[in-house]
Design a protein around this ligand. Structure first.
Ligand code: THU
Length: 136
């Protein structure tokens, strides 16, 4: 049995879809919304926030994770990502996800809330470099 129910899955995707509309993406016009559920049951949302200095843009997934970590959370159950066309998390975001555990469920959905992929960080980032690699 999954740690996250079908209802929780639907709710997380729905929240990411609503949050997506708050994205600040005047350059790419590619709106991304994320919703992160912690093991303690708290939810943190994120959107992509672009910058006129393009490389300083930050992805929705990272905003959600950084908000959660800055509020004291480090254990995550699931992350929903919603885009217009069901795009997958970028490599940089996969690496940040891996920092906090490979078992987190990643739900990829489109703007209609259709689930495109249900995966884990482990499967999205094979051979991940993790904090354990820095242990002496
Ligand atoms: N973007 C995300 O927010 N998450 C991803 O995983 C992929 C890309 C954003 C960054 C940028 O604002 C826009 O999508 C186009 O790359």
């Amino acid at each position: 049995m999954s740690v996250i129910s079908d209802l929780e899955t639907r709710d997380l995707i729905q929240l990411a879809a609503e949050t997506r509309l708050k994205a600040y993406a005047p350059y790419s016009k590619y709106l991304v919304g994320a919703a992160l559920r912690t093991r303690s049951g708290r939810i943190f949302t994120g959107v992509n926030i672009e910058s006129a200095a393009y490389p300083t843009t930050i992805c929705a997934e990272r905003v959600a994770i950084f908000k959660a970590v800055s509020e004291g959370e480090r254990e995550f159950e699931a992350l929903a990502v919603v885009t217009s066309n069901g795009g997958f998390p970028c490599g940089g975001c996969r690496q940040v996800m891996a920092e906090f555990g490979l078992e987190m469920i990643v739900l990829v959905a489109d703007a209609n809330g259709r689930l495109v992929e249900r995966s884990t960080v482990r499967d999205l980032l094979p051979g991940a470099f993790t904090p354990e690699h820095l242990q002496p």
